[in-house]
Design a protein around this ligand. Structure first.
Ligand SMILES: *Cc1c(COP(=O)(O)O)cnc(C)c1O
Length: 371
């Protein structure tokens, strides 16, 4: 995927503009909000904003660690030349330890099986013991924790690994008072305490992601892992962050139609008056959720306009009413809201999902433009 660097353009093709100054400002905000260190989580191509760009900007604005889910993403970070510590936390037992070692990646370890495989590879990896703190998802089940801690202690004493961290993840941080969060925090603190009693010396205990960092300082511990907050989304709804994305598309065709015109597949929308329709060359293959059809709006010529009919794979039709809009005009699909355009979060509501899914789902046909 080519990434152009140039000032804001009038789009001649669908373009995702990425505002690195917003990522810088958001990172500084998180660094100021915690006593702990900030890990910039750059998985999923930096939440669709460019892994290398997000990592570099975050590290120069207060983050000191990087987080990814896989060795491949960790290797991609190292390929940019960045030397900060990188943690990968979703690795299979048969993880490529040799590649992780060569790229100086820390590995999260959720089971004795994972630990054994790392030890067998013969490279003295830095590891973070990973406890499931309430999602029944990644991390060791609580009843396996003591065995994992004991095995890690033996391996560390034998010089085979170094335990640098203990980590968990909160199940309902976007709902601050939810009791599962307090339980998760206690589980992590207790798990870390058990590790210390076993003779381990983890220097970073970490639990909080964006929402918990913004709403509950008791979860910050030694380090917070910030992903979606860096790019301007606060799942807790408590804080106004700056969105870093603006998705635009050109109006490629304008046509006047009479009342009673069926629009798009299945004629789910029929005009009730003579009106003007604009065609945008962007659809669900580019990440506009089809489920938002009938509810979504875009900004054209300074006003919000309804998306009419079903969003199709490559095309979306917008109702302009009687306003004269020229072919070649720019439609703002979503953005930070400066001009009255919808936010990615509104698209998420229209589609019954969360903004994370919108911003990470923009397809490869959409040109990227970094500002
Ligand atoms: C994705 C992820 C994060 C970042 O979460 P945000 O809510 O995007 O800040 C933190 N920790 C883990 C384990 C994750 O998978």
């Amino acid at each position: 995927m080519t990434r152009l660097r140039r000032p804001r353009s009038t789009a001649t093709e669908p373009t995702l503009e990425i505002d690195l100054s917003a990522i810088a400002a958001n990172t500084r905000r998180f660094a100021a909000a915690t006593q702990g260190e900030v890990m910039a989580v750059v998985k999923a191509d930096g939440f669709g904003h460019g892994l290398g760009d997000v990592a570099r900007v975050a590290l120069t604005n207060g983050a000191s660690w990087l987080g990814v889910t896989s060795i491949a993403e960790g290797v991609a970070v190292r390929a940019t030349g960045l030397t900060a510590p990188v943690l990968s936390w979703l690795n299979p037992v048969e993880v490529d330890v040799e590649t992780a070692c060569r790229n100086r990646l820390d590995l999260a370890v959720p089971s004795v099986g994972h630990l054994d495989a790392i030890v067998a590879a013969g490279c003295p990896m830095r590891i973070h013991l990973q406890l499931d703190t309430g999602l029944a998802r990644d991390g060791a089940a609580p009843e396996e924790w003591l065995e994992l801690v004991a095995a890690a202690r033996r391996a560390e004493a034998a010089g085979q690994i170094t335990v640098v961290g203990v980590m968990g993840h909160l199940p309902a941080a976007d709902r601050p008072g939810h009791p599962a969060n307090a339980e998760g925090r206690l589980a992590l603190q207790c798990g870390a305490e058990l590790a210390v009693r076993a003779g381990l010396r983890p220097v970073v205990r970490h639990l909080a992601a964006t929402a918990a960092t913004l709403t509950d300082p008791s979860t910050h511990l030694d380090l917070v892992r910030i992903g979606v907050g860096l790019i301007g989304i606060d799942p807790s709804g408590s804080t106004r962050l700056r969105s870093a994305l603006r998705l635009v598309a050109p109006v490629v065709q304008v046509r006047r139609v009479p009342a009673g015109t069926g629009v798009g597949y299945g004629h789910t929308y029929v005009t009730d008056r003579p009106t003007t329709l604009a065609l945008l060359p962007i659809g669900y293959a580019d990440g506009l959720p089809r489920a938002a059809s009938g509810r979504a709006e875009v900004l054209v010529a300074g006003r919000r306009r309804p998306v009419t009919g079903l969003i199709s794979m490559d095309q979306t039709v917008v109702d302009l009413g009687d306003d004269p809009v020229e072919q070649g005009s720019e439609a703002v699909v979503f953005g930070p809201g400066d001009e009255g355009e919808p936010a990615a979060g509104e698209w998420a509501e229209w589609a019954g999902t969360i903004p994370h899914e919108i911003v990470t789902g923009i397809g490869p046909r959409v040109q990227r433009c970094v500002r």
